[in-house]
Design a protein around this ligand. Structure first.
Ligand SMILES: Nc1ncnc2c1ncn2[C@@H]1O[C@H](COP(=O)(O)OP(=O)(O)OP(=O)(O)O)[C@@H](O)[C@H]1O
Ligand SMILES: O=P(O)(O)OC[C@H]1O[C@H](OP(=O)(O)OP(=O)(O)O)[C@H](O)[C@@H]1O
Ligand SMILES: [Mg+2]
Length: 280
């Protein structure tokens, strides 16, 4: 049985379970449950703190896990990224009071508050900088005004928490994070490839839609130029002479622009449908 770690709480928890459900797996129904067996798919899920998930996967006690890229880096554990899951996006950034003179080049020697000391220490070590890293559990944005640090390094999503604390970001992000599937490097557990394929199916279904339209055959090259599809568009004859029907996957974010352009070209009966799931 494949054994998989899933966040039990926090930002990543609900979307991680939803993605597994969309991939056809059974998930816990009570948010307090610690495990859930999916007999039909030969998978068992364990609900763990996202921060601890790399530890279980790195040690080989669990086969795969869903966590944040920043948490994996912070753990320093020998687990590796298998698939970017495209949710839970955030940057990890430096921030200081708006009136502070601290810049990215002048971090050495300062007091840095963070809940991700592994990420910060790796950054400092790579640049041979020394600084005093103050490890906190959360609400790190309070650290400067309360006097325990000169700057912070923290997760920034909307930036609302920083603004509320009178802090501004500076320098390049230390890293860009999102939810990822992690596994052991150079080791693939039995059944892992199927789970990865299912998740890839969900990712494609979320970011593409199916577009169908009718167009005059002499405009087909121009039309399929707008809708090249994933591999190649499907073109079928229509009863109406000189016309063809086209079907192609298009990126969801571009679909309205593409429909406008197809209409202007002369295509008609332009229909969009969601893809529930797929294997490409
Ligand atoms: N707005 C956000 N706040 C915190 N973490 C976020 C946010 N958006 C994405 N993430 C990601 O979620 C992971 C942190 O999740 P975690 O559950 O540890 O913290 P949390 O969601 O802040 O919950 P809590 O602080 O209540 O424990 C990281 O990978 C982080 O990059
Ligand atoms: O850029 P924003 O959209 O404001 O989101 C980022 C903030 O949200 C999280 O805090 P959380 O509410 O989880 O509290 P915590 O610091 O106790 O983890 C995170 O640690 C940042 O503080
Ligand atoms: Mg938090």
């Amino acid at each position: 049985m494949l054994r998989i770690a899933v966040p039990n709480k926090g930002t990543l928890s609900q979307p991680a379970s939803q993605m597994l459900r969309d991939a056809g797996y059974r998930q816990r129904t009570d948010p307090k449950d610690l495990a859930c067996r999916d007999e039909a798919n030969h998978v068992e899920f364990f609900y763990l703190r996202p921060r601890d998930i790399a530890t279980y996967v790195g040690s080989g006690d669990l086969d795969l896990g869903i966590t944040g890229r920043d948490l994996l880096v912070d753990s320093g554990v020998p687990a590796s990224e298998v698939l970017d899951l495209n949710f839970g996006g955030a940057t990890f950034r430096w921030a200081a009071p708006a009136d502070s003179d601290i810049t990215a080049d002048a971090i050495g020697g300062r007091r840095i508050a963070t809940a991700y000391p592994g990420v910060v220490e790796r950054y400092l070590a790579e640049r041979e900088l020394k600084a005093d890293v103050v490890r906190l559990d959360g609400a790190v944005e309070n650290a400067v005004r309360l006097g325990v640090a000169d700057l912070i390094a923290d997760v920034v999503e909307t930036g609302a928490t920083l603004r509320q604390a009178g802090l501004v970001t500076f320098g390049e992000p230390l890293l860009r994070s999102s939810a990822i599937l992690i596994g052991r490097p150079d080791e693939e557990a039995a059944g892992a490839a199927q789970l990865v394929r299912r998740l890839q199916g969900v990712l494609v279904a979320r970011s593409y839609v199916m577009l169908a339209y009718d167009v005059r055959a002499d405009l087909l090259d121009e039309a399929t130029g707008l809708t090249p599809g994933f591999e190649s568009p499907t073109v079928s004859p229509l009863h109406r002479e000189g016309w063809v029907a086209v079907q192609a996957m298009v990126p969801r974010r571009d679909v309205h622009r593409i429909m406008d352009e197809l209409y202007e070209l002369g295509a008609r009966a332009i229909l969009v449908t969601d893809i529930a799931n797929c294997r490409l």
